[in-house]
Design a protein around this ligand. Structure first.
Ligand SMILES: [Zn+2]
Length: 372
């Protein structure tokens, strides 16, 4: 293997490690790091690490701890620029220098104003060999939520929507749940890879859902549950409120909700945020997402109904969509799953592409990805 091929192989490995942290490291990005030595012409991996739950320790210090003395004279691949700012621990860029690493292969500059080239500069000033941009596109895809939080002041949004074969999301007051058990597992797995699940208050009123990750061993990875609720109509006895001490529940409400009402929820442990209203008198989606990003969320899975999906489409904040279609027909008048704005967005080839289609039990799932 030549040097460039080794760099890419090590970066690919680091990216796989980074993905393990998705949904678990907010407000920090999830990063992977691999340290290797060259013996003859072969790379020998001596350390690897990824950002730990809650965002600390960082990937680089994990990998350096594993490598120990073997880090001396070694190379490191990192999926994002090593940090340069002093927090609870010294910056990773300094830790890399101190470990005696001589070469750094970095995928991306960290746009966080506290880093922004500062990490790479520390490494170069210490005479390390630094290559930037290896598998940058892949690294960007893994860190899209973090990059979006910093650059666009909103989290990444994945839309999940289920419909019958004839295009209905359910009937009034009752939302269709994905039908097959395989699809339920897919949804629960997707929950674990996001920082938060978001629904509108309509879903809470209709279904009183748990919105947790109920897969064996994965309950601790249940994300924050966010309800958009203009007038704070969420029942205080609903499951999301009752269980907020084990899985956090946040409600985003409008500016007119009385403080006394908010205080009653806060006493239960629910976190309440306010956001501005749009022209339609409902929570302004962009403002709500900005508020959620400011609280650290980087990746949101929207599991609300057609109204919320439509609002997200009209605000142009959907990054990817997973549309589940069951083989059954409703065969009567129901609530259309894809309203006009969402239909137009997903059908516009300049904005979205179908990245893949899969069979999930009896359902078909079509994945759409935003272009560019
Ligand atoms: Zn760091």
């Amino acid at each position: 293997m030549d040097g460039a091929t080794i760099d890419q192989a090590m970066m690919r490995h680091a990216l796989v490690l980074a993905k393990r942290g998705l949904g678990r490291t907010w407000p920090n990005p999830t990063v992977g790091a691999v340290i290797w030595q060259i013996e003859g012409v072969q790379p020998i991996i001596v350390g690897r690490g990824f950002t730990q739950p809650g965002g600390r320790p960082h990937a680089e210090t994990q990998a350096i701890a594993v490598a120990g003395e073997a880090a001396r004279g070694a190379s490191i691949a990192v999926t994002l620029e090593p940090c340069a700012h002093h927090g609870k621990t010294p910056p990773c860029a300094e830790a890399i220098v101190a470990a005696g690493i001589v070469r750094v292969v970095s995928a991306l500059e960290d746009p966080d104003p506290r880093v922004k080239g500062g990490g790479h500069a520390i490494l170069r000033n210490a005479d390390l060999d630094v290559s930037i941009g290896v598998l940058a596109e892949e690294a960007r895809a893994v860190n899209l939520g973090f990059l979006s939080k910093i650059l666009d002041h909103r989290p990444l949004v994945t839309l999940k929507l289920a419909q019958t074969a004839d295009g209905f999301a359910g009937v009034m007051g009752q939302q269709l749940m994905v039908s097959s058990s395989v699809s339920k597992q897919r949804v629960h797995l997707a929950r674990a890879a996001h920082d938060a699940i978001m629904v509108g208050v309509g879903t809470v009123l209709a279904d009183n859902p748990d919105l947790t990750c109920r897969l064996p061993g994965m309950m601790p990875f249940s994300p924050v549950r966010v309800v958009l609720d203009t007038h704070l109509a969420t029942p205080i006895g609903c499951r999301l409120v009752e269980t907020c001490d084990t899985v956090p529940t946040w409600i985003v409400t409008g500016p007119d909700t009385p403080n006394e009402k908010i205080d009653a929820f806060r006493k239960t442990g629910v976190i309440i945020e306010r956001a501005a209203l749009g022209k339609d008198g409902r929570i302004d989606i962009r403002d709500a997402l900005k508020v959620l990003a400011s609280r650290g969320l980087t990746r949101i899975l929207s599991e609300g109904g057609p109204m919320l999906a439509e609002a997200l489409a009209r605000a142009d904040v959907i990054d990817s969509a997973e549309i589940y279609t069951s083989p059954e027909r409703l065969n009567r008048e129901g609530i259309a799953a894809l309203r006009p704005g969402l239909q137009a967005a997903l059908g516009d080839a300049s904005r979205f592409e179908v990245s893949h289609k899969v069979t999930s039990g009896r359902d078909t799932v079509v994945h759409y990805s935003r272009r560019g």
